[in-house]
Design a protein around this ligand. Structure first.
Ligand code: MN
Length: 634
């Protein structure tokens, strides 16, 4: 194959695309080109090109994103530590510690262990949780968001040269690019890189599907292209008449995303409206909505197909108005957005570099802004993890590996015990020691991202109460507590039963009979009490976690407990003095509504309230004698 891009052409291209940087920065970048070229001297890409063509391509991509000079230099040097004799110190000495740190981050990511295993597992078993964790490890290891951008640009060039690889290696690379790198780019809202990475890898990751896909889709796209061009001309005119300045084009949906969409719709082509979308970029937010109105006035909108991603942006920040309309039986999607929204959709966080954060570009990034970036990135990557109040992802999570390469996510400060319980309850309970990165370390050692943790077990469960002092996860805490609770349970049940018996005696109520325990358990299940059976309640009562009276209310019959004591709204003229003292509040019972001159008694209900009944009231026959008190009118 002809070698198209040699070093000097690419260098010229790079210098041309960094004109936004200062002359000093440009000099430094030139020096980095020389350094990288001599470091990689003699090395070749599989394509046969000089190795330096790779870092140069990476640097050009970074420059196209308006990256700062440190990022571009690190892009030029990103493979130096891994693939040449030069070290971190060499780079730090030549280009400063900040550049060296970026290079180090990129090197670390490429050294994530066992990624092949993870990806293979996922490919065959739809093990998407592992994939998700891999993405997060990538974010956590990167540390600086610029590391991820460099890594993405690196992968972009490698994906462009995928056809030079062969066999399993090619498939792995293509899959990894789609599942990990493209996904990360998507989470960062970098639509352009995301799309390129997917489309470059698609033919290599799924060659057969790709072939079929192209056969079906290309002819359709050709016809649609013509339809859309007619629409564009029309819309141009419509907007001009309303004096709305707009840039309108037909956007062919990218292959891989179209393929995925077809998959979700079971390859029913009739359900796809965005083979080609009409994209309208306008000057202002209000023009977005005005334009939508004009479109709907002139084309028939399809119901339920209007999506306002401006008011409700996608999770990765994407904003746009989408609608689907019909023209002469031809259905197509229209996307309306401002230029800023468009830049955000294409470049994601890198658009901040370009447009908002010029301070970041020109000055040395201060620590504060770096942290904000970190949070932003990590939040967008940790899909599904709703982090409230912008809590720092990196300081709140660690990712560790099992010896066979599975990734586990734990809260910060987690210990081998937390890890063991996350793997399996039995492993947690029988844990006696832990090897971290091959070294035997105490069980309260705090785990760090990237640690490989191996648990040493005994045959039988041997947990320690001390573990409760340092475990971080509720899972581990509960499992440990549960273990000891179950050990003590028989004693606790007895204690609880005794407490209940004492209380029943005090209240003058009949004792619980064991033959009724099943009935009681049933009532507990039907109640709001959080217990499986009566024994658990006894245990809980023994620990003073459960009030006896609430328990009795659930299991005893209404009349036994006096729950149904109906209170009358009727208030008698006279006041009543009770045998147990003056000024004690009471209620008049509804069943008999005693009047002045009736003989009356007071009754202490289980709720420790007093109701007043006629002495002759039939209800009083059910009352426990010990809780009847004397009462008379005053
Ligand atoms: Mn590379």
């Amino acid at each position: 194959m002809k070698v198209k891009n040699n070093r000097s052409t690419l260098e010229k291209k790079l210098i041309n695309s960094i004109k936004y940087l200062s002359p000093e920065d440009i000099e430094k970048i030139k020096a980095a080109c020389d350094f990288s070229a001599s470091a990689h001297f003699g090395q070749k890409r599989i394509s046969g090109e000089e190795y330096i063509t790779h870092p140069l391509n990476v640097a050009i991509s970074l420059a196209n994103l308006s990256s700062d000079s440190e990022t571009i230099i690190a892009g030029l040097l990103h493979d130096v530590v891994e693939d040449t004799n030069f070290t971190y110190q060499d780079i730090s000495r030549e280009f400063g510690d900040r550049v060296a740190k970026l290079v180090d981050g990129v090197t670390k990511i490429s050294q994530i262990k066992d990624k092949k295993k993870i990806l293979k597992l996922s490919y065959f078993h739809d093990y998407s949780e592992q994939i998700d964790n891999y993405r997060k490890v990538l974010a956590a290891m990167a540390g600086d968001p610029r590391v991820i951008i460099i890594k993405l640009s690196d992968r972009l060039h490698n994906a462009q040269t995928l056809s030079w690889l062969s066999g399993e290696k090619k498939i792995f690379y293509a899959l990894e690019t789609i599942e990990i790198y493209a996904a990360v780019a998507d989470r960062l809202g970098m639509g352009e890189i995301h799309g390129q990475l997917c489309d470059l890898s698609f033919p290599h990751a799924y060659p057969d599907e790709y072939k079929k896909f192209i056969e079906i889709i290309r002819p359709i796209q050709k016809i649609r292209q013509q339809n859309v061009e007619d629409v564009i001309t029309e819309v141009n005119l419509l907007l001009k008449n309303e004096s709305i300045g707009a840039e309108i084009n037909g956007r062919v949906k990218r292959d891989y995303s179209l393929y995925k969409k077809l998959q979700t719709y079971n390859f029913d082509l009739a359900k796809i409206y965005d083979f080609i979308a009409v994209r309208i970029i306008v000057d202002s937010l209000s023009d977005c909505y005005k334009t939508l109105g004009i479109i709907h006035a002139n084309y028939q909108p399809i119901e339920h197909k209007i999506t306002d991603y401006i008011a409700r942006p996608k999770e990765n920040g994407y904003q746009s108005l989408h609608t689907v309309v019909k023209k002469d039986g031809f259905v197509f999607e229209v996307q309306i957005r401002t230029d800023e929204m468009h830049q955000n959709a294409e470049y994601g966080i890198a658009a901040h570099w370009k447009y908002k954060d010029s301070e970041y570009k020109n000055n040395r990034p201060n620590i504060k802004s770096e942290l904000n970036w970190l949070e932003e990135i990590s939040q967008s990557i940790s899909n599904g993890y709703k982090l409230t109040n912008g809590k720092k992802f990196f300081s709140s999570k660690v990712f560790v590996f099992s010896p066979n390469g599975k990734i586990f996510e734990l809260p910060a400060n987690s210990t081998p015990i937390d890890f063991a319980f996350l793997v399996h309850t039995d492993i947690g309970l029988s844990c006696t020691g832990a090897k971290i990165n091959g070294k035997l370390l105490p069980l309260d050692t705090k785990l760090k991202t990237g640690d490989v943790v191996e648990i040493i077990k005994s045959d039988k469960p041997k947990p320690s109460r001390d573990w409760l002092n340092f475990v971080q996860t509720t899972q581990a805490k509960n499992k440990i507590k549960n273990f000891f609770f179950n050990l003590e349970k028989p004693r606790l049940i007895k204690d609880g039963q005794k407490k209940v018996a004492d209380e029943l005696a005090r209240l003058g109520l009949p004792q619980l009979t064991e033959s009724n325990f099943n009935k009681y358990s049933l009532r507990i299940n039907q109640s709001r009490l959080p217990y499986e059976n009566i024994d658990s309640v006894f245990a809980s009562i023994a620990k003073n976690d459960q009030s006896i009276i609430d328990f009795l209310r659930v299991i005893l019959d209404d009349q036994e407990i006096g729950k149904d004591e109906k209170i009358s709204k009727y208030t008698p003229k006279g006041s009543i003095s009770l045998g147990i003292g003056q000024g004690i509040p009471y209620k008049i019972a509804r069943c008999c509504k005693p009047k002045i001159s009736d003989d009356i008694i007071g009754y202490i209900t289980l709720q420790q309230k007093i109701t007043v009944h006629k002495k002759s009231c039939a209800e009083t026959k059910k009352f426990s004698k010990q809780r009847i008190i004397s009462a008379k009118w005053q």
